[in-house]
Design a protein around this ligand. Structure first.
Ligand SMILES: Cc1cc2nc3c(=O)[nH]c(=O)nc-3n(C[C@H](O)[C@H](O)[C@H](O)COP(=O)(O)O)c2cc1C
Length: 342
């Protein structure tokens, strides 16, 4: 075995064993897109696909899990959003069936939800957008973490991937930690592994994969976009809180900004209460991701994408994406070995 292969095998041993896969590369759950086709394709290619439970009706989630089992006999996860209206129903179902891997996203998970998972054989992976939450989750009983930096697509936390990695990877060794946000290449993966990551999670690059059911308009827009086009939603006034979402700038984001400024003026003139304004603002993006990713309305829909969009240049199969990442990681390992050992 080549020295580079030995190095890579050593570095991602923990992630491999935890996930039960050949390559600890997670296809991060993406609402509407992480369904049976994409999830099974990632898992069949040796990675770890994750179904996005999101706001799905329970019946649909059950069907997607069944369909994924029909398409792969490899491990995959189910991502549940702890603040989603159906969260309790989703959780009860995955616990009843003892799905082997449950991922909690969307804010600090309720203690009782963690406790329920711990009573089963399921492994619990939790999202940590900052170091304090990461520590709290380890104490709370998470079996693994995904630390997601603000370069990521979709709903984002406040801290960049590089800073989170530096704060968490070298010291938090108790449980496996996977890194997400801005990762699209094997080279970067190799460096996070060297810092102590158990593996990585990618979203945007898989959104553009052949097996992704995203509308061709959505995929093309992501392929054309530059890193600088994927920006977080703006917030102009603390009275109108906006959960930051990283997406491509388009007509929808511009209208959202105009709406916010208009609502602030109406609050100032006492034409509208803060509560009414918040309600008005919250309505704006309902159905926005489906409009863009499934219906193909790239001008008005929510074009969620990470800054890694600047590294995505073509549509490829999930298997090719994963194989390319492994090849790049080995190339980087080779360089490191030559540099350090001659
Ligand atoms: C279109 C889109 C939808 C997403 N939806 C979800 C979601 O429903 N749940 C979740 O936990 N993360 C979601 N994410 C975040 C991804 O799972 C992943 O962590 C993130 O995309 C990683 O950053 P990257 O895009 O730079 O690879 C979404 C990301 C994108 C691009």
């Amino acid at each position: 075995m080549e020295r580079s292969e030995q190095l890579l095998n050593t570095l991602w041993k923990r992630g491999r064993e935890f996930l039960g896969v050949e390559y600890p590369i997670l296809g991060g759950a993406m609402s509407w897109l992480s369904e049976s086709n994409l999830v099974s394709a990632i898992s069949n290619a040796g990675g770890f696909g994750v179904i996005a439970g999101g706001n799905m009706p329970l019946e649909l989630l059950k069907q997607e899990i069944d369909k994924t089992h029909d398409k792969t006999d490899k491990p995959f996860g189910v991502n549940l959003i702890t603040i989603a209206p159906n969260f309790k129903k989703h959780l009860d179902f995955v616990l009843e069936t003892e799905h082997p891997y449950i991922v909690f996203a969307g804010g600090l998970p309720p203690r009782d939800a963690i406790a329920k998972v711990k009573q089963t054989s399921s492994k619990l992976i939790c999202f940590a957008p900052n170091v304090n939450i990461a520590k709290m989750l380890v104490r709370g009983g998470a079996d693994a973490l995904v630390i997601e930096g603000s370069e990521a697509g979709g709903h984002i936390g406040p801290v960049s991937t590089s800073v989170l990695a530096e704060q968490i990877l070298p010291t938090l060794r108790k449980i496996p930690v996977f890194v997400a946000g801005g990762i699209a290449t094997g080279r970067l993966m190799m460096h996070f592994l060297m810092m102590g990551a158990a593996g990585v999670q990618l979203g945007t690059r898989f959104a553009v994969s052949t097996e992704s059911i995203a509308h061709p308009n959505f995929k093309q827009a992501l392929i054309r976009a530059k890193a600088k086009d994927a920006v977080p939603t703006s917030q102009f006034d603390p009275r109108l809180p906006v959960i930051p979402v990283r997406s491509l700038i388009n007509g929808g984001t511009r209208e959202f900004n105009t709406l916010q400024l208009g609502l602030i003026q109406q609050i100032e003139r006492s034409v509208m209460s803060v509560r009414e304004a918040v309600e008005e603002l919250e309505k704006f993006w309902i159905g926005g991701l489906k409009k863009a990713a499934i219906d193909g309305d790239v001008e008005q829909g929510s074009m969620m994408a990470g800054q890694s969009v600047g590294l995505v240049t073509k549509e490829e199969s999930a298997a090719d994406i994963i194989a390319g990442m492994v090849k790049d990681a080995l190339g980087e390992a080779d360089k490191i070995m030559k540099f350090t050992c001659g």
